[in-house]
Every structure is written in structure tokens, then in C-alpha cells.
Design a protein around this ligand. Structure first.
Ligand code: FAD
Ligand code: NAP
Ligand code: SF4
Length: 679
């Protein structure tokens, strides 16, 4: 029998909607996973959502489903046959926990649908869209409204407890609302009353059709984050009109997809936007949902305590840990596998061309029917050498299955390279992953031996059944004249502050680590991720006055160190092109604003007292620098593995030790988990 934990009294207070009740204040926010279009996708979605329902969340919102073909791509919902597929999802959730509500999001993508037949109030192509939309005529607008209505009816037929209509982010409904995308002169354009007619009609007619005992959430853009967006009083006016038209809950969303402001990446402070919801809440009677960078129960409880919202939406945190709410309820919050907001396996997959979503810290996410950690029938004594992400993932999954695991590391702490990553301003969340693994090592009874550089003799003496080598990487040191010059240092020494970094610096290599080092050494003042005012200043957001669109229009102000920094690469392509799709642009913009000079097409010639001699696109160039930091990639560290092989001892490689090229923590954790699932 579960006992309610008193750490989160507000979070676990039910919410009465009159005709129904939500058992607590946390819902899983909408995310497109790619399963909607996959083979056996609805069965897999059912298993994925059911696991979250069992994990204690109060309500689930599905990924967005278009109400018609022109409204998006892939799995639409407009027929009873399509509704039958959704039954696999709703039944799975209600069987898992009859008290959990599941609502389907109706997403009409409008001008940004990757669909040549896309439609919009005016034929204006979005910066991020592949096609120019067709302008809807009056009959076309009526058809779109009717399609919303029949989609909602199909959702009800499919067994959903409600629908969420998304009216934000640059999708169809939001493009009716602002003059930058609505140039109409008929009843659907011009005055704000006319521009908001479309969402109000959609909500009114959906409510009329589905009846009063069906949850109807309207997702509003509480801040568009772009010039020419909604003004503050317009947002209030729209919210009140939608409330009057029949919405049972209003969910707040922040920013259009094309807005040049990060709102969910890891450098965004936790709960940065909830105050905006709080302001809107003062003008409404229905409950409000807030979201964005709320990744732990303590953060959510604080948001409720401030009165910013009635409900908390957590989307990515539910990918990272389906049991988040159960753990909070049982006082086991230190066992929560926290979303670090990296976007690497979720949004970057979505934007990377319809690839299936998962999670960097939890590779089981969206693989619930395929990757399972079942108890072993043959417990083994296993050595894991290296407590970086690969070794940690392997050790915890293997121990969870019942193996006896000893985890070694030469360092005095677990984490491997995550101990470097966590020092980069904006990557503070990496501490959470280290906290999670530290706790799981205790909970699972893993024997941890730190400060132990393992060799073959030690492993032999302890007679393990299996040896897993997760020894990671060695930084690449390019063969170059002057590479031993005292001004040349490696990224590890630079990040750990073990070697001084001068005023004029060249960084050799502009991969993920080169960018992180540039961030660290060009940075001054507090980390924006930890300070909302700094974040707002750096991105030109005005939370307080909330001018039209929520952006100041003033150029972002960034604090920078006194260093002159050059970030160099040999490739001729754009610097930073290989960074994450959803976050790379933020890093490029931030470093550019700090004056970091990026050069491609660089050939390194030599390093001497004068600096770094190069050819840049064939032209000789001397970078007169005091320090050269080498961030030139990594090589697998297999000394131990080779030694074991020489002695005829079997071992298995994972993580960087297996393959250093294009290694990241996503691959390391995935590989470690998958091997541990079958060993
Ligand atoms: P490692 O993390 O290198 O761990 C190997 C461990 O083995 C070390 O702890 C080492 O001490 C131990 N070891 C080695 N030899 C022995 C021995 N003989 N005996 C005992 N112990 C031994 N990845 C991302 O996905 N996203 C990011 O945002 C990101 N940011 C990063 C930022 C920085 C600054 C850095 C440096 C890396 C970043 N990475 C990031 C990369 C990520 O950290 C690595 O891909 C990941 O750590 C590789 O995991 P691993 O377990 O294979 O190796
Ligand atoms: P990387 O991304 O592969 O970049 C290595 C850089 O070194 C490249 O810019 C490469 O570009 C250069 N280089 C390679 N060989 C060289 C040589 N012989 N001489 C000079 N330059 C050379 O690797 P990394 O930056 O070391 O990062 C390691 C891993 O950690 C990466 O896979 C990355 O994904 C991950 N990581 C991710 C993030 C993130 O935010 N997602 C952050 C940090 C690290 P040129 O060949 O063009 O010069
Ligand atoms: Fe969070 Fe990263 Fe997992 Fe996405 S991949 S859910 S951002 S931890």
C-alpha cells in the first residue's frame, strides 16, 4: 500500500473539474514520438503510456494528431477506422490505472505542416516550413472547423477522456491570431475580435458536439516570443473568450517554433516561464496548466505554491522517468532519473526527419515492448571497469536484473566525462544524472570501488564471470610541430582549471567539446540556466512588462569574459553544423554574441611562441594567442581490453572504449543498457 508523501502536499491534491476529477496536479505533456506512424505503433504507444499511467501521473496528453490530411502528416484522426486504432492506447491506459485520464491532442499544423497541401489564413510561408500554404477561403475555414469537431468526436469514440486543442506555436490556430500571418480582410481577419474568431468557434463547436462531460483543453500562446506576436491584453481577451466558449482547462505554451529564443533547452532556467501563466491565471476561472523546464517534483510544488498554475505539465521528464510521480509520492525523489533537457534523443530525433523518439538517460522510452530489464535466471558475478555513462548504465541495469556487480573507476568519483560536462555553464543539469546513478548504486547494492585503476591481474584475482570494459576515451593529440609547446593544453586541463588559460585563445576543433570549452572560457557572470534575469537579458525577453510578443526588441545583452577566443575547424562547412538540431543554433548565437570568432577551412601548420600558424582557406594566417586548447576529438582507450586479450581473458567493450568516433552519452548509455538487458 502506497503512503502519500507529505513533501508535495499541493502536487498530490486532486483537482475537481465538476464532471470528473484529476487525481493529482501533474500531467504528461504532449510529445510526438514517431510511434504514431511506426509498425505496431499504437500497441507500442499503449505500452508507453500505460507505463506512465502506472508511474503515477494524473493525466496524459498524447502527441498531436491532425484532424485532416492537410493539417499535418502521418496518423490523422477523422474516421471510425482510425479511432479503432486509438482504442489500443486508451484501453491500455485505463486498464493500467482507471483513475488516470488520457486526452488526445488535436494538432493542425497549418502553415508549418510538412505537406504540399498545407493551408493557412494567408499564403505566407513560415521561415521554418518547406511549403507556402494555400490561403483558405470562407468555405475552407468552415471545413477546417468541422474537421476539428469530427476529430474531437472520433477521439471521444476512441475512449479518450478529452482533447487538447493546440492554439499556439505557429500552428494553424495561432496564425489566425496575429497580423504577421493573418492578412485577411473578411470576418476572420482585421480586428482582434475577427482574428480570434477561428479559435473561439473551434472551441465552441467542439464543446457543443462532445457534450459537457468531456475534458476540453485549449493550449494558448501565453508569450509568442517573436516580434508582432500577441499583446498581453489580447492573450487575456482570447483566454476569456475560449473559457466562455467551453474550455475546461487552459494550458499555457511559450513561443512559436520559429522564434529565436530557447524555451526548453538545458540552458533555460527551471520553471522560467511559470510566472507568465500566473499572471494570466488572475483573469480566468478555469484551471491553468503551466510547463517548460519543470523537471523535478520540488520545482513543480514550488510553482503551485507560488500560485502560478493549477496543474503542471511535464513532458520530457516523463520520458526520462515514467515513475517520477510514484517516486515523489513514496519519498524516493533521489531515485528519479531526471530529464537534463539535452533534447538529444527526443526533439533532435523528431526534427531529424521523423526518427523515433527516445531518451538519452532512459533508452527504454518508446521501446517499452522491445527493451525490457527482466530478472535474470542465471545471476553472474560481473566486473564493470569505468564508471562513465556507459559503465553506469550497464552496472545499474545488470544489478537491477539480479547480477552481482562490482563497478571500478580509477577516479575518485563516478561519472567519467560527465564530471567535465557538468562544469560548463548551461549544463548544470548533468549533476542530476550523477546524483541518480550515485543513489542507484546504493539502492541496487552495487559494489563500488573508486580510486582503483584496474589491470588484468586484479580482474584475474577476483574471478569474475564477465568483464565489461567501459574505460572511455583518450583525447586526440594531433601530430603537429609545436604540439608540445607549453602554451598548448588539453580540454580536460582547461575545463578542470589545472592549467591557466590566457587572454588570447585558439581552440583547435569545433565539435561538441570545442563549443563547450568556448562557452566556458568566454563566459562571465552567472550562468543563465541558474538566473532568470540573466537568461531574459541574454535572449531579449521581457517577462515583466510583456510587450507584444514578449520580446523587448532590444538586442540581447550578454556578459563576456575579457578573452579573445578563436574557435577553429578544418572542415569547410559551417562551424557548429554537427551540433544538436534543436540546440546547436543557441550555442552558435550565444558564442557569436560574446565575440567568439569562428573559422572553418583551417589547416594547422605549427605552434610557437608567436602563436598558432595556419592556412585559412589557403591564406596564411597567424593566430597570435597565449593558449591553444586542443579539442580535436577522441580515441578509444583500450589498454585494459588489449591486456586482457593478450592474457586470453574475455571481456566486452562498451561506450567510448568500443568506438570513440561520434560517441556521445546517448550512445554510451544505450549500448550499456542494451548489453546489460541480455547478459
Ligand atoms: P567516459 O565518460 O570517458 O568514462 C570512462 C571512465 O573509465 C572514466 O571515469 C575513467 O576514469 C575510467 N577508467 C578508464 N580506465 C580505467 C581503468 N583502467 N580502471 C578504472 N577506471 C578506468 N555527451 C552528450 O551526449 N551530451 C553532452 O552534452 C555532452 N557534453 C559533454 C561535454 C564535455 C565537456 C565532455 C568532455 C563530454 C561531453 N559529452 C556529452 C560526451 C560524454 O560525456 C561521453 O560521450 C561519455 O561520457 C562517454 O561515456 P563512457 O562511459 O564511454 O566514457
Ligand atoms: P567531435 O564532435 O567529433 O569533434 C572533434 C573536432 O576535432 C572536430 O571539430 C574535428 O573537426 C576536429 N578534429 C578531428 N581530428 C582532428 C585532428 N587530427 N586535428 C585537428 N582537429 C581534428 O568530438 P568532441 O568535440 O571531442 O566531442 C566528443 C563527443 O562528445 C562528440 O561525439 C559529441 O557529440 C559529444 N558532445 C556532445 C555535446 C552536446 O552538446 N551534444 C557537447 C560536448 C560533447 P575538423 O576535422 O573539421 O577540424
Ligand atoms: Fe530529457 Fe534529454 Fe531525455 Fe529528451 S533526451 S527526455 S531532453 S534527458
Amino acid at each position: 500500500m502506497m503512503t502519500t508523501h507529505t513533501n508535495y502536499p499541493l502536487l498530490f491534491t486532486p483537482l475537481d473539474l465538476g464532471f470528473t476529477r484529476l487525481k493529482n496536479r501533474v500531467l504528461m505533456g504532449s510529445m510526438h514520438t514517431g510511434l504514431e506512424e511506426a509498425e505496431n505503433g499504437f500497441e507500442r504507444l499503449g505500452a508507453y503510456f500505460a507505463e506512465r499511467a502506472r508511474g503515477g501521473v494524473g493525466m496524459i496528453i498524447t502527441g498531436g494528431i491532425p484532424p485532416n490530411a492537410e493539417g499535418g502528416f502521418g496518423a490523422k484522426l477523422s474516421t471510425p477506422q482510425e479511432a479503432a486504432q486509438h482504442r489500443l492506447v486508451t484501453d491500455a491506459v485505463h486498464v493500467a490505472d482507471a483513475d488516470v485520464k488520457i486526452c488526445m491532442q488535436i494538432l493542425h499544423m497549418g502553415a508549418i505542416a510538412p505537406n504540399p497541401d498545407c493551408v493557412a489564413p494567408s499564403a505566407i510561408k513560415s521561415r521554418i516550413a518547406p511549403f507556402t500554404p494555400r490561403e483558405l477561403d470562407a468555405a475552407g475555414i468552415e471545413k477546417q472547423i468541422e474537421d476539428f469537431v469530427s476529430c474531437a468526436l472520433m477521439a471521444k469514440l476512441a475512449g479518450y477522456d478529452g482533447v487538447e486543442i493546440i492554439g499556439s506555436a505557429g500552428y494553424l490556430i495561432s496564425t489566425f491570431l496575429v497580423e504577421r500571418t493573418n492578412l485577411r480582410t473578411d470576418a476572420w481577419g482585421g480586428s482582434f475580435e475577427n482574428r480570434m474568431r477561428f479559435p473561439v468557434e473551434v472551441v465552441r463547436r467542439v464543446r457543443e458536439a462532445v457534450g459537457m462531460d468531456f475534458i476540453l483543453i485549449f493550449r494558448i500562446s501565453a508569450m509568442d516570443m517573436l516580434e508582432g506576436g500577441l499583446a498581453r491584453d489580447e492573450i487575456v481577451q482570447l483566454a476569456q473568450a475560449v473559457e466562455a466558449a467551453g474550455a475546461s482547462i487552459i494550458s499555457t505554451h511559450f513561443c512559436w517554433h520559429e522564434a529565436p529564443v530557447p524555451t526548453i533547452a538545458t540552458m533555460v532556467p527551471r520553471a522560467a516561464f511559470t510566472g507568465v501563466t500566473g499572471r494570466l491565471r488572475q483573469s480566468l476561472r478555469v484551471p491553468l496548466i503551466t510547463s517548460n523546464r519543470i523537471n523535478m517534483p520540488s520545482v513543480a510544488e514550488a510553482v503551485l505554491a507560488r500560485g502560478d498554475a493549477d496543474l503542471i505539465s511535464m513532458a520530457r521528464p516523463m520520458l526520462a522517468d515514467p515513475d517520477l510521480m510514484r517516486k515523489a509520492e513514496q519519498g524516493r525523489e533521489d531515485e528519479i532519473n531526471t530529464c537534463i533537457a539535452c533534447n538529444q534523443a527526443c526533439l533532435d530525433h523528431t526534427f531529424g526527419g521523423n526518427k523515433q523518439v527516445s531518451c538519452l538517460v532512459n533508452p527504454r522510452a518508446c521501446n517499452e515492448t522491445l527493451l525490457n530489464y527482466r530478472p535474470t535466471t542465471q545471476p553472474k558475478k560481473i566486473a564493470v571497469v569505468g564508471a562513465g555513462p556507459a559503465g553506469l548504465a550497464f552496472a545499474t541495469v545488470a544489478a537491477q536484473r539480479g547480477h552481482r556487480v562490482t563497478l571500478f573507476d580509477a577516479a575518485d568519483a563516478i561519472g567519467g566525462q560527465f564530471n567535465l560536462a557538468k562544469r560548463i555553464p548551461g549544463k548544470e543539469e548533468f549533476h542530476e544524472t550523477l546524483r541518480y546513478y550515485t543513489r542507484m548504486i546504493e539502492v541496487l547494492g552495487i559494489t563500488l570501488r573508486l580510486n582503483t585503476r584496474v589491470d588484468a591481474a586484479l580482474l584475474k584475482s577476483m574471478a569474475f564471470d564477465e568483464v565489461i570494459v567501459a574505460t572511455g576515451i583518450a583525447p586526440r593529440r594531433p601530430a603537429l610541430e609545436g604540439i608540445e609547446h607549453p602554451k598548448v593544453i588539453g580540454y580536460i586541463d582547461a575545463i578542470l582549471g589545472r592549467q591557466p588559460v590566457g587572454k588570447r585563445v585558439a581552440i583547435m576543433g569545433a565539435g561538441g567539446i570545442g563549443f563547450d570549452v568556448a562557452e566556458l572560457i568566454s563566459h562571465a557572470g552567472p550562468s543563465a540556466a541558474l538566473d532568470r534575469a540573466t537568461f531574459a537579458r541574454e535572449w531579449g525577453i521581457d517577462f515583466e512588462n510583456h510587450p507584444r510578443g514578449g520580446v523587448t526588441g532590444v538586442l540581447p545583452q550578454v556578459e563576456k569574459s575579457e578573452r579573445t577566443v578563436y574557435l577553429l575547424q578544418r572542415k569547410t562547412g559551417a562551424v557548429g553544423k554537427g551540433l544538436g538540431r534543436s540546440t546547436g543554433w543557441t550555442h552558435r548565437l550565444t558564442l557569436g554574441r560574446r565575440g567568439v570568432r569562428m573559422h572553418n577551412g583551417v589547416e594547422y601548420l605549427k605552434i610557437d611562441d608567436a602563436g598558432l600558424h595556419t592556412l585559412v582557406n589557403g591564406e596564411p594566417r597567424l593566430f597570435e594567442v597565449d593558449t591553444v586548447i586542443v579539442c580535436a576529438g577522441q580515441l578509444p582507450l583500450r589498454t585494459l581490453h588489449d591486456e586482457l586479450q593478450q592474457q586470453g581473458l574475455a571481456s566486452q567493450l562498451i561506450g567510448g572504449a568500443f568506438e570513440a568516433g561520434e560517441l556521445d552519452a546517448k550512445r554510451a548509455i544505450d549500448q550499456g543498457s542494451r548489453l546489460a538487458a541480455v547478459i
